[in-house]
Design a protein around this ligand. Structure first.
Ligand SMILES: Nc1ncnc2c1ncn2[C@@H]1O[C@H](COP(=O)(O)OP(=O)(O)OP(=O)(O)O)[C@@H](O)[C@H]1O
Ligand SMILES: [Mg+2]
Length: 312
């Protein structure tokens, strides 16, 4: 006869409740060991921007074919931080999921013109599609699901990889920085973004599986550089969702530094729910929770990228 089922709770050993770790300062001082295991450098205060005749915006893609690593969050918050340093910024939502547009408070069903129209209709200019955001000095080229059709339709176009570059060109003199939020794939839209860019920022979640697939991303960037855009550079690799209390996060950072060396930003973005809260509120963390550690990290990232960009 079968044993009667027992609903007795399984014996278990009570684990000691971990004492909460001391709050981690959002940015260690210069010279102290930073979260990447290297001493923090002195990041120069960004100088006020000097607009020279004929100067053009630096175009940078946020790129990683892995989903949910912080591309959109970084686009919004780096953009808003660059604005705080006096830069004029254009954000490009280049993902049919439209998260960047929604994250800035737009309704995907109420967009007159989107990046899709800009790419596919020669009578639509960038100035018709740009909308202001709630952050003065930061504009947006919005997208919604329509953009997924562009990926298919562009395949038949002459110069299909240069389409985004062509349509962005008339607005480059109006901005200091253009940030393109890519979709999580290495398809034709992402190749368009890389072809239009001077630099790439690779956000990477500080988690072991995040390291897989990075080789493929690097190969794609190398191919675009060889075949389409010789001046494309990797501006940096950004560790996101970092948890300094876990050995795991620190090990992943160590591996990243081994693989990418100085390309890894000294700034890392820690894991905090404030980011999802600010998305729901439809605004950057720099305004939603202006004094939070998350906002500070993105301001520090803005300083670090400005120290790497020659003319921005
Ligand atoms: N540092 C962080 N701490 C905690 N949550 C975060 C952090 N950064 C982003 N998130 C949250 O993780 C989710 C994914 O982030 P995000 O949308 O920026 O990733 P993504 O790379 O753009 O994703 P996709 O590939 O789908 O476009 C969002 O809910 C966001 O609010
Ligand atoms: Mg995204």
């Amino acid at each position: 006869m079968a044993e009667p089922l027992s609903f007795e709770p399984l014996p278990f050993e009570r684990q000691p409740v971990p004492t909460p770790a001391a709050p981690v300062p959002s940015s260690p001082a210069a010279g102290e060991l930073g979260p990447t295991g290297r001493p923090m450098p002195v990041l120069p205060e960004p100088t006020p921007v000097v607009r020279r005749e004929g100067a053009k915006a630096r175009v940078v893609s946020m790129c990683n074919q892995k989903g949910g690593v912080g591309k959109t969050t970084t686009t919004i918050n780096l953009g808003a931080s660059l604005v705080e340093y006096g830069r004029k910024v254009l954000l490009v939502d280049f993902d049919p999921q439209g998260s960047l547009s929604v994250g800035l408070g737009l309704n995907p069903h109420e967009m007159d013109l989107t990046v899709y129209n800009l790419l596919m209709q020669s009578d639509v200019s960038i100035h018709d599609v740009v909308v202001p955001t709630g952050v003065p000095g930061m504009d947006l080229l919005p997208s919604n699901i329509d953009l997924s059709a562009a990926e298919v339709q562009l395949v038949h176009e002459v110069g299909r990889e240069q389409t985004l570059m062509r349509v962005l060109a008339p607005a480059l003199a109006d901005y200091d920085v253009v940030l393109i939020d890519c979709q999580p794939s290495l398809g034709l839209l992402t190749v368009n973004a890389l072809t239009a860019s001077d630099g790439v920022i690779v956000p990477l979640e500080c988690e072991y599986f995040a390291l897989r697939g990075v080789a493929l991303l690097k190969t794609t960037i190398d191919k675009v550089r060889e075949r389409l855009n010789p001046s494309l550079s990797i501006d940096g690799v950004l560790g996101t969702m970092f948890d300094g209390r876990t050995l795991h996060s620190r090990e992943v950072m160590e591996r990243l530094v081994q693989a990418w060396g100085d390309k890894v930003f000294h700034t890392v973005i820690r894991r905090t729910v404030k980011f999802s809260d600010s998305t729901v509120a439809g605004e950057p963390i720099t305004t939603y929770a202006a004094t939070s550690a998350g906002a500070d990290s993105y301001r520090q990232l803005a300083k670090e990228v400005l120290s790497r960009w020659p003319d921005a």
